[in-house]
Design a binder for this molecule. Structure first.
Ligand SMILES: *Cc1c(COP(=O)(O)O)cnc(C)c1O
Length: 370
């Protein structure tokens, strides 16, 4: 038996996460200059970072010989005031991905199960499998979460249910009251993870203060991130809000310094930059209209999205999604193939600045058959 054969079988069974192709990689492969490449593949903010966050990072540079504040006091304090919860209800993570894994490690193990939806965020099955627990994938309805079917799928050994709202990569959104009723129906001993990475992109009338529900449902954990509307994807910082008891459990197993100093400083500065968040929201709304219009003009089917991206179909008679993706890459445009999410005929494009959206649409138009 080789060393690899002795590794945990459930780790050997994992298919690694496939990130959006980095600009530098496409530049190496094609010889296209990096600054001529358009990446709309990872739901990054086309406006970049908040200027306040940029200044905060610069101000932190000279302090990097020191360890970060392992308790993230300043960031938790700001978040606590903003969300009107106690600082001890937060768990900070190296991206919210980190927090999702902490939840899995605290509540899952061989002999236990986690429930998630078909076409939901890829990290749920990955984090589940890494613990040896069983994943229960519930078929999607109209590409979104079928909450009633998910409730029915909960088994006696289920300990975690993951919900992405809005979902990535489909952009589907479950109405707040449906989600609340779902949480009310989940047994007390099952953690409900409500992943709200795209929460800030929702129009005000769809947004709900889900953090308020934690008092009533102490098994609820809400996760959010600074990677999307706050534009800090490269710094890696996100968080969970939970009941004090659950937050305490998660904090016991995280690395003592899991969020670095630059990320803490940037997030502190970004969290109250309402002007930047509002500008990012507005550019996303306009870009969404532009892309939906453009995709419809190309006679392509799309899934109505509540995020900062749109998922659209390139059927075989138009050349198929894989070929369209290759042709886009050859022209220096990176989008995200999502065959790994069970959607082999679909591509996901992140909403960019107006001229970026226009370039994407023109390039896509020339990449299609028929
Ligand atoms: C992008 C994303 C995340 C978080 O990413 P981090 O960069 O790790 O914070 C979490 N959930 C969903 C659904 C996402 O799309």
């Amino acid at each position: 038996m080789s060393l690899v054969d002795h590794a945990l079988s459930y780790v050997r069974a994992i298919n690694p996460y496939q990130p959006g192709k980095p600009i530098s990689e496409l530049a190496r492969e094609t010889g296209i200059a990096e600054d001529a490449i358009l990446k709309l593949a990872s739901n990054e903010n086309p406006l970049g970072m908040s200027p306040r966050a940029v200044a905060a990072v610069r101000g932190e540079i000279d302090e990097l010989a020191r360890y970060p504040d392992g308790n993230g006091f300043a960031l938790k304090d700001r978040l606590a005031r903003r969300l009107a919860v106690e600082p001890r209800q937060f768990v900070l993570g190296n991206g919210s991905n980190d927090v999702l894994e902490l939840i899995a490690r605290v509540f899952l193990a061989p002999g236990r199960a986690a429930v998630f939806a078909q076409h939901a965020f890829a990290v749920y099955p990955l984090a589940t499998m890494a613990t040896g627990a069983r994943g229960i994938e519930v078929p999607a309805r109209d590409f979104g979460h079928d909450l009633l079917a998910m409730l029915a799928a909960i088994t006696p050994d289920t300990r975690v249910v993951f919900i992405a709202n809005p979902n990535n990569p489909t952009g589907t959104f479950a109405a707040a009251e449906d989600v609340r009723q779902f949480i009310a129906g989940v047994p007390d001993e099952v953690v409900v993870v409500l992943d709200e990475a795209y929460n800030e992109y929702l129009p005000p009338e769809q947004r709900v203060d889900s953090v308020r529900w934690i008092d009533r449902y102490p098994n609820l954990v809400v996760t959010r991130t600074f990677s999307k509307i706050y534009g800090l994807a490269g710094l890696r910082v996100g968080y969970a809000v939970a009941s004090p008891a659950v937050a305490d459990l998660l904090n016991r197993i995280r690395q003592p310094f899991n969020v670095n100093s630059l990320a803490l400083a940037a997030a502190c500065a970004a969290v109250d930059d309402d002007e930047f968040v509002s500008a990012s929201y507005q550019i996303n709304r306009r870009g969404m209209a532009q892309l939906v219009d453009g995709l419809q003009s190309l006679a392509l089917r799309l899934i109505p999205s509540s995020g900062n991206f749109v998922t659209f179909e390139v059927p075989a008679e138009r050349g198929g999604a894989a070929a369209a993706n290759q042709r886009l890459l050859a022209q220096g445009v990176i989008v995200r193939p999502i065959a790994g999410y069970g959607l082999p005929d679909w591509l996901r494009v992140t909403i960019g600045q107006p001229e970026e959206n226009a370039r994407f649409l023109a390039t896509l138009g020339s990449a299609l058959d028929g």
